[in-house]
Design a protein. Structure first.
Ligand SMILES: Cc1ncc(C[n+]2csc(CCOP(=O)(O)OP(=O)(O)O)c2C)c(N)n1
Ligand SMILES: [Mg+2]
Length: 614
């Protein structure tokens, strides 16, 4: 057997560079690059290997391990999981900084290869800098915290172990049902240790995301349930994008006259003005989707995890419909006692359609959907229109302006605060990948890091990040990275003086305004934060605007800027769109000295009783 003598780190890099994917018939690298922040845990081993391989596996330098991994994850989301990135860190804090990103990828079912450095396998120099020392278990390091948030986790204790582990890592990263973060912990001494690896291990390999066909009996059962439906509806989730089943979903709805609500991850599968698009569904849903959901007798959910924002904490479907779950993951297909239809959406939808024959939605149901859609679209236009007076604009008015000033193929990125709800309801999508929302983990700070990842994935598109002041303060340093890399993003910061949405939630739960807006926090001094100056200090072009008209002008200007452009606008912290929406279960205290809390508790108990059908 022909072998080649490499360090473990060199072998990891060589193997990753040999993995290929295919996009639109063209062969591309499966691993598009590596984000790296070096320390003693990875600079000598991984650092040496990466430096020698920049032509086949480019390395990017970021400013924070969490945000670099978030950028890597956003990259994979933008690529519909067909390409992904790796992220390597030192040991200790460098590694644990990345745990939040691992959890996000785990929730969102997105591939990312995490390569934290680890303590010495030999244990000879123990305890090393940043080693935690677990008294009763010397096998533990901080990297064990990745275990519950990794779909595959391993610690490489001998260089030859990667011969087994790397193929398993790639299996998980390219498996549509099992997809998620993979963590390979790389002890510093083993990274540097050499081994005679078989040359064939590094041969080029092409990977395709598998498209499992459904069981014919499950298709027949699902078709029968739909055929008997009087008031059906469809929910489109992120799986529609990841299986690249947008065209199939549109054809399915159109042939059978079905109408669909979109989850956050599913939004964009239909253009906003598609006659079959009921809009967003759930807690941040349109009145159209939620009205049809409330008396549906059969719900076909396609590629969705059905998290509580989509189901209104399971209170949305008041008539307790039969649920059909079309999902590539049996785990999801079995949720909530659903009729499972396990398979790839792109393969399964045409089969389900064929089984339905020329069945069409009852005419009265279709007419009702059409009327509800017209009503909802009127509401959207009203709340997103430019304001007349001089009052502080609402988030809805800001996103309306950004939407008007963006092109169909621009990508808007968001994750947290009050914006996801507003955007889910109100953003008019005109391209399947134009709406990039991270709402499985809703991680503050994803916006800027994520926008960088999207820009690396789709350099030909304009990428717009919308972010609250809270999200900005939590994580913004990749602005500097975007400037340095020439990966221009346009960022709109909505400054409402703090955690606006949690402040509103707090009061809805009977609480007094406390510790959310900066004015309600413990403070001795009033320190206004100059976001534009802050962004400019990192090399961005930055400006503050005073009105929606100025925002629109700045959006035009930003389009032609040669680098990352940040626009800051003050917004009203108390306004959110009241139209649409549904109950969301947030537990309210059973006893309190505040009568507002007691009232909120009563209403909470009423909602729980309603959900239980009492
Ligand atoms: C990392 C992280 N920490 C805490 C939260 C809980 N949380 C959700 S929204 C929010 C406030 C966000 O503030 P901002 O970005 O200013 O948006 P706004 O609510 O004002 O619209 C908080 C603290 C979160 N989602 N992510
Ligand atoms: Mg805010």
């Amino acid at each position: 057997m022909k072998t080649i003598r490499l360090t473990m780190a060199q072998a990891v890099v060589r193997y990753l560079a040999a993995q290929r994917s295919e996009i639109d018939g063209k062969e591309v690298p499966l691993v598009a690059g590596t984000f790296a922040i070096f320390g003693h845990g990875n600079v000598a081993g991984m650092g040496e290997a990466l430096a020698a391989a920049t032509d086949v596996l480019p390395t990017y330098r970021a400013h924070n391990e969490q945000s670099m991994a978030l950028a890597a994850i956003a990259y994979a989301k933008a690529k519909n999981r067909k390409q992904f990135m790796a992220a390597t860190t030192s040991i200790g804090p460098g590694a644990t900084n990345m745990v939040t990103a691992a959890a996000l990828a785990h929730v969102d079912r997105l591939p990312v290869l995490l390569l934290p450095g680890d303590i010495f396998a030999s244990r000879l120099p123990d305890p090393v800098l940043q080693q935690i020392e677990v008294y009763g278990d010397p096998t533990l390091s901080v990297n064990d915290t990745f275990k519950p948030v990794s779909r595959f986790w391993d610690r490489i204790m001998r260089p030859e172990q990667i011969l087994q582990s790397l193929p398993q890592a790639i299996r998980v990263l390219t498996d549509p049902a099992d997809c998620g973060p993979v963590t390979l912990c790389l002890p510093q001494d083993i990274q540097a240790e050499a081994y005679d690896y078989p040359v064939e291990f590094f041969e080029k390999r092409k990977h395709r995301l598998r498209r499992p066909a459904p069981d014919a009996r499950e298709v027949a059962d699902a078709a029968e349930a739909l055929r008997n439906a009087k008031r059906p509806m469809v929910i489109l989730g992120g799986g529609v994008h990841y299986s690249e089943a947008v065209a199939e979903a549109r054809a399915f709805l159109s042939k059978h006259g079905l109408m669909a609500g979109e989850s956050q991850a599913g939004k964009g599968a239909l253009n906003w003005d598609d006659p079959h698009n009921l809009g967003s569904v759930g807690v941040t849903g349109s009145s159209a989707a939620n009205t049809l959901a409330s008396d549906a007798d059969v719900v076909l959910a396609i590629g969705t995890r059905l998290q509580d924002f989509t189901t209104g904490s399971w209170a949305l479907f008041k008539s307790k419909p039969k649920l059909i779950q079309l999902n590539v993951a049996a785990y999801d297909a079995w949720k909530h006692n659903a009729l499972p239809l396990v398979g790839d959406a792109r393969v399964t939808l045409p089969l389900l359609s064929a089984a339905l024959g020329d069945w069409k939605v009852p005419a009265d149901r279709a007419a009702r959907g059409t009327a509800e859609i017209a009503r909802w679209r009127g509401a959207v236009d009203a709340v997103t229109a430019a304001p007349k007076g001089n009052a502080l604009p609402s988030d809805a008015q800001v996103l309306g302006a950004v939407n008007r000033k963006s092109a169909p193929t621009d990508v808007v990125v968001n994750a947290s605060g009050g914006l996801p709800g507003e955007m889910h309801k109100l953003w008019k999508t005109r391209d399947p990948k134009g709406y990039h929302m991270e709402y499985g983990f809703s991680c503050m700070g994803y916006e800027i890091a994520g926008a960088l990842g999207v820009k690396l994935a789709q350099p030909e598109r304009r990428v717009l990040a919308l972010i609250g002041d809270g999200g900005y303060m939590m994580m913004n340093s990749e602005i500097a990275t975007s400037v340095m890399m020439g990966a221009k993003i346009d960022i709109v910061v909505l400054d409402n003086g703090g955690f606006g949405c949690i402040n509103r939630l707090q009061q809805a739960c009977g609480g007094r305004p406390f510790n959310n807006l900066l004015v309600d926090a413990h403070r001795k001094m009033d320190v206004p934060i100059d976001f534009a100056a802050h962004a400019a200090a990192m090399g961005a072009i930055a400006e503050k605007v005073g009105s929606i008209a100025e925002l629109e002008a700045a959006m035009d200007k930003a389009k032609t800027s040669d680098r990352t452009h940040v626009i800051v606008i003050d917004t009203d912290p108390m306004i959110s769109t009241q139209e649409g929406g549904a109950w969301w279960e947030v537990a309210v205290p059973e006893v309190s000295t505040r009568k507002e809390v007691e009232a909120a508790r009563k209403s909470y108990e009423k909602q729980m009783a309603a959900r239980a059908g009492e």
